[in-house]
Design a protein around this ligand. Structure first.
Ligand code: SIN
Length: 358
């Protein structure tokens, strides 16, 4: 015969056990998201809470970023890795290969549902597009950063990180390629670009359109990318330790041959000509571009305008010059696609096909 006190203790114990099992079941149901930290302003610190320029990027570690947003634990089982601690102007081909290989290894693990990469905003669109072309998984990969350092009034890093983790754990993000989560918006890696030097709404996908929004701890999609990405590309970086040298020559009034000649002499395997308007070539630069092509260098015509289709055989006879048209890619993204294309072929018709595919 048990006493009322003993029965009460047993009931209390059973209730605690039930609560603990329920909590464990809820945690087990949450997606497993790995945060790979690379630095940038999201990990930056300023001298005071009003320092929003002139701060130091890439000083705060990944665990501090995670701890600063306890709400993450309600939406995902989050773990963190510090891959680099750099400002994103120092992101290079070697870092991209290291990062992409780590992403591919992690996403191959059944217990990883998605990845968030914290990154400086200056070259975020480039890293995102590189990963979009070489990640071999349909699981979500989300890049996120901030425009204000972690110490600033109204820092945008914590909410951006929270949204990014939600997106990386969302089944709706599966198969949509690499994504960028900034300022309550979802963008595709191929088409997003940084448009403002300093405001939090700097990331836009002008004309082609963003994919969706965050609201009330949910990611809502309204569009999806059409161009091939991730598992559907022909690029494999598994055994690569370097990427071919591709540089950009920026077009302007009074442009002469100097930059193209310098890039040719420096050993570029590809040159992106970011021409004025629809990629027009100044008369004084054409001989230098022809000479570069004659040496085997691949020339891609892009535009400095930032929007619109670069018309093949429009402002230049690409067939006759044996040049490639960048389609809608801006110069910095055309550089990435050309680097990867050059790991497969030097045939300009094949490279043009890739520019119309990715
Ligand atoms: C960077 O790109 O690393 C610095 C600027 C930023 O993150 O906004």
């Amino acid at each position: 015969m048990t006493s009322p006190a003993t029965r009460f203790i047993h009931a209390l114990f059973a209730a605690c056990l039930l609560l603990s099992l329920t909590a464990q079941a809820q945690t087990a149901k949450l997606p497993n998201v790995v945060i790979l930290a690379t630095g940038g302003t999201i990990a930056g610190t300023g001298a005071s809470s009003t320092t929003t320029v002139g701060y130091t990027a890439a000083t705060v570690g990944v665990q501090t970023l995670i701890t600063a947003v306890p709400e993450l634990a309600k939406v995902a089982n989050v773990t963190g890795e510090q891959v680099f601690q750099i400002a994103s102007e120092n992101m290079g081909n070697g870092e991209w290969l290291t990062l992409a290989k780590r992403v591919n290894v992690l996403l191959a693990q059944p217990n990883v549902d998605g990845i968030v990469i914290t990154h400086g905003t200056d070259t975020m669109e480039e890293t995102a597009y590189f990963l979009d072309l070489v990640v071999k998984s349909r699981k979500p990969v989300v890049l996120v950063g901030s425009m204000r350092p972690s110490t600033a009034l109204s820092a945008d890093g914590p909410i951006n990180l929270y949204n990014a983790v939600i997106l990386a754990g969302s089944v709706d993000a599966v198969g949509k390629g690499v994504l960028v989560a900034m300022n309550d918006q979802i963008h595709s890696a191929r088409d997003v670009t940084k448009t403002n030097t300093s405001t939090p709404d700097t990331f836009k996908t002008p004309e082609l359109g963003m994919l969706g929004y965050f609201q009330g701890s949910h990611a809502f999609f309204y569009h999806q990318p059409i161009r091939k990405h991730t598992l559907d590309t022909e690029f494999d970086i598994t055994n690569l330790t370097t990427l071919p040298q591709v540089d950009i020559a920026y077009g302007y009034a009074n442009m002469g041959p100097v930059v193209v000649e310098a890039l040719t002499a420096a050993g570029a395997q590809g040159i992106i000509h970011a021409g004025v308007g629809d990629g027009s070539l100044a008369a004084k630069v054409i001989p230098a571009l022809k000479a570069a092509r004659a040496k085997g260098i691949i020339i891609v015509r892009a535009s400095r305008v930032g929007q619109g289709i670069l018309a093949r055989n429009g402002e230049a006879n690409d067939d006759a010059l044996d040049f490639v048209a960048a389609d809608t890619l801006n110069a910095q993204k055309a550089r990435i696609l050309l680097m990867l294309a050059l790991t497969k072929t030097r045939d300009t018709r094949e490279i043009q096909r890739m520019f119309y595919t990715y």
